[in-house]
Design a protein around this ligand. Structure first.
Ligand code: G3P
Ligand code: MG
Length: 239
């Protein structure tokens, strides 16, 4: 079973920051996951929330701030004083870390709250410029976005993200045109996901942080898990 470091090695490092991704980059895992947002002046940055309140010493929405203002905030101290001074990274800075590694990159397009119109074109263009489009799995909770990216990057996998427990997941995937279903751990423990796996879907599960859940997902036939503790689960899986 494959492992993606969720927001980097976010259990022990401040999520979605360069130190979190550098830690993941040194591990022999399959890939990493990150969340993309866009600043007022059009810079692609990495952060889970639309607002910076939870993970920085600043306040407000990313889409209302210039990149220069965003960069003045500290995205490390909330996790521990040893991380003081970590800045919000750009997508380019994260790509630079992985240019010379083998890792796959799961880019989650966070357009389920704000549309960030055209963000998928900007992300695809940046990946092409870096020669890294073939290293990427896209995903989104915004399934209109999933449909768009499937058309714009037909050679890439695009996972439809689900938080809730749905029936007929397989049929839903067929309807929107993707085999890849990225489901929550709660949903993965229910019948619909078992059926989807039996029907040939690629199922990836977030967020799997314990050895017990890792073993359970492996038994179910899940293709990959997203974890905040990639080193722990890698060692467990390869013991
Ligand atoms: O892509 C898997 C996972 O990251 C989806 O949920 O809220 O952690 O972005 P979230
Ligand atoms: Mg995510």
């Amino acid at each position: 079973m494959k492992i993606f470091a969720h927001r980097g090695a976010s259990g022990d490092f401040p999520e979605n920051t360069l130190c979190s991704f550098r830690e993941a980059a040194r591990l022999p895992i399959y890939g990493i996951e990150l969340d993309v947002q866009r600043t007022k002046d059009g810079i692609l940055v990495i952060n889970h929330d639309e607002r910076i309140n939870r993970t920085s010493n600043g306040e407000g929405y990313i889409r209302d701030m210039t990149f220069e203002e965003l960069r003045s905030y500290d995205f490390g101290s909330w996790k521990g004083e040893q991380f003081a001074g970590e800045k919000i990274p750009t997508l380019q800075e994260v790509l630079d870390i992985f240019k010379t590694t083998h890792h796959m990159i799961n880019i989650e397009l966070k357009t389920d709250v704000f549309l960030y119109k055209g963000i998928e074109d900007e992300v695809i263009t940046l990946l092409e410029e870096n020669g890294m489009l073939d290293r990427v799995v896209f995903s989104s909770f915004d399934h209109e976005m999933v449909e768009r990216v499937l058309k714009k990057a037909p050679q890439n996998e695009v996972g439809a993200l689900f938080m809730k427990i749905l029936v007929n997941l397989h049929e839903y995937g067929v309807m929107i045109g993707t085999d890849a279903l990225h489901v929550s751990l709660v949903a993965a423990k229910r019948e619909a996901v078992k059926t989807a796996i039996e029907r040939g879907n690629i199922v990836r599960v977030y967020t799997v942080n314990t050895k017990e859940d890792y073993d359970l997902m492996k038994k179910l036939g899940v293709e990959a898990v997203f974890t905040d503790y990639p080193e722990k689960l890698y060692l467990h899986g390869n013991r």
